[in-house]
Design a protein around this ligand. Structure first.
Ligand code: KG4
Ligand code: ZN
Length: 352
C-alpha cells in the first residue's frame, strides 16, 4: 500500500509518500520560518493561513517527486495532535476530503509518535525494546517502545521544552530566530566551562526542566551588563560566545544525564534521538557516545527527518492502515494529545 502522509501541526506544511515496503519515495517540507521570524515566534493565525495556501501544492509536489498519482495511494495518515488547533484542522480537513473523494482510509497520527518512529525511517530493522529521546520546540520526553505501536512515557519536561528554552535564550541574546541552530553553531566557538550552570534537581522525577537555565542566562546578562546583539547578523563578543557554549552544554548534559539514567534502568536494545533539536551537533555527538558506552544500536535520523516532516507521520500511521483501520467518521484534532503517559491511558479509556 502506498501511503500519503500529511503534517501541519505547527509551522511546517509537509507531505510524503511511502511505497508498499514503507520506504520514503518523497518527503516535501515547506517551512514558514521566514514568515514568523519578524515576530520572534510562531503566530498561530498566520501559520494556519499559510498551511491553507501551501497544502495542495506541497501534496502535489510529494506525489510528483514520488512518481505517483493520487490513484496510486492506498491510505492517508495525517497529524491530528498535539499542535496548534487551527493548523491541525487544515491538515485533517484536507485529508478527510481527499479520503472521502477518493474512498481511501485515513488515520490520525499523534505528532509525538511521528517523532519517535522517525528512528525507524532509515533503519526499519532497529531492535525493540527501544528508548526514544524526543527533543523539539514544543516537547521534550523519553519513551520506552517495547514493540511497534506501544509507547510508555518515562519522563517529560515540567516546564519549557529544550528547543523552547534554546529559542527563548536566542531571543534574549538577540540571535536570529529560531535560536536553536544559532546557539548550536556559535556554541562551538566558546568555552563551555566559562559560566557555571548547576545540575537540575527535580522532586518526584524522573523529569526534565529547562526554564531555570533560561532564567540563569537572564540573570547573567543583568549582573554582567552584557548587552544583547542589536543585529542578529552581528558576530557576538567572546563573552557571549562563552555564555552560549556553557548554556548549550548544560542543556545537552541534562538531556544526556536523564537518558543515561533511563538506559541503566530499562536496558533497551536501541536508542533513538528525534525531534528538531536532534539537529544539534553536540547532542548528536553525545548521544552517539552514550550508545557506544552501553553497546546500543543508535538511530539518529538524517537532519531532514529530525524536524517536522510527513514521512514520520506516514510511517507512524502505516501499521494501522495496513491492519484495515479507517477513522473517516472519527478523525478528531486535539491541541493537547499525550502519548503513552497516564493521561493518554485515561483518554483512550474514555474514547472506548
Ligand atoms: O521538531 P521541530 O521542527 O518542531 C517542533 O515540533 O517543535 O523542532 C523545532 C526546534 C526549535 O526549537 C529549533 O530551535 C530547534 O528545533 N533546532 C535546533 C537545531 N535546529 C533546530 N536546536 C539545536 N540545534 C540545532 N541545530
Ligand atoms: Zn515536532
Amino acid at each position: 500500500m502506498n501511503i500519503l502522509g500529511i503534517e501541519t501541526s505547527c509551522d511546517e506544511t509537509a507531505a510524503a509518500v511511502l511505497d508498499g515496503e514503507g520506504r520514503v519515495c518523497s518527503s516535501i517540507v515547506s517551512s514558514q520560518i521566514e514568515l514568523h521570524a519578524p515576530y520572534g515566534g510562531i503566530v498561530p493565525e498566520i501559520a494556519a493561513r499559510q498551511h491553507l495556501e501551501a497544502i495542495e501544492p506541497v501534496i502535489d509536489r510529494a506525489l510528483e517527486r514520488a512518481g505517483r498519482r493520487l490513484s496510486d495511494i492506498g491510505g492517508i495518515a495525517v497529524t491530528c495532535g498535539p499542535g496548534l488547533i487551527g493548523c491541525l484542522l487544515v491538515g485533517t480537513a484536507f485529508a478527510r476530503s481527499l479520503a472521502l473523494a477518493r474512498r481511501l482510509p485515513v488515520v490520525g497520527v499523534n505528532h509525538l509518535e511521528g517523532h519517535v518512529v522517525s528512528g525507524w525511517i532509515d533503519r526499519p530493522k532497529l531492535a525493540y525494546p527501544a528508548l526514544a529521546l524526543v527533543v523539539s520546540g514544543g516537547h521534550t520526553g523519553l519513551w520506552r517502545v517495547p514493540e511497534p505501536g506501544r509507547y510508555v512515557l518515562l519522563a517529560r519536561t515540567r516546564d519549557d521544552a529544550a528547543g523552547e528554552a534554546l529559542d527563548k535564550v536566542g531571543k534574549l541574546l538577540g540571535l536570529a530566530y529560531p535560536g536553536g541552530p544559532a546557539i548550536d553553531r556559535l556554541g562551538e566557538r566558546g568555552d563551555p566551562q566559562a559560566v557555571r550552570f548547576g545540575e537540575v534537581r527535580i522532586k518526584d522525577g524522573p523529569a526534565f526542566s529547562f526554564s531555570g537555565y533560561k532564567t540563569a542566562v537572564r540573570v547573567y546578562l543583568e549582573k554582567t551588563g552584557l548587552a544583547p546583539l542589536t543585529d542578529p547578523e552581528q558576530d557576538p563578543p567572546q563573552q557571549m560566545l562563552d555564555l552560549i557554549a556553557s548554556f548549550r552544554c548544560a542543556v545537552v548534559r541534562e538531556l544526556v544525564r536523564q537518558t543515561r539514567r533511563a538506559i541503566e534502568e530499562q536496558r533497551p536494545a536501541s536508542l533513538v534521538l528525534a525531534g528538531g533539536v536532534a539537529a544539534s551537533q553536540l547532542l548528536r555527538r553525545e548521544i552517539s557516545t552514550l550508545s557506544e558506552d552501553f553497546a546500543l544500536a543508535p538511530s539518529i535520523p538524517e537532519l531532514r527527518y529530525c524536524g517536522d516532516n510527513a514521512a514520520m507521520i506516514a510511517l507512524a500511521g502505516r501499521r494501522r492502515l495496513l491492519a484495515g483501520d479507517d477513522e473517516i467518521d472519527r478523525l478528531e484534532t486535539a491541541a493537547s494529545l499525550p502519548l503513552g503517559g497516564p493521561e493518554a491511558r485515561r483518554r483512550s479509556k474514555r474514547h472506548r
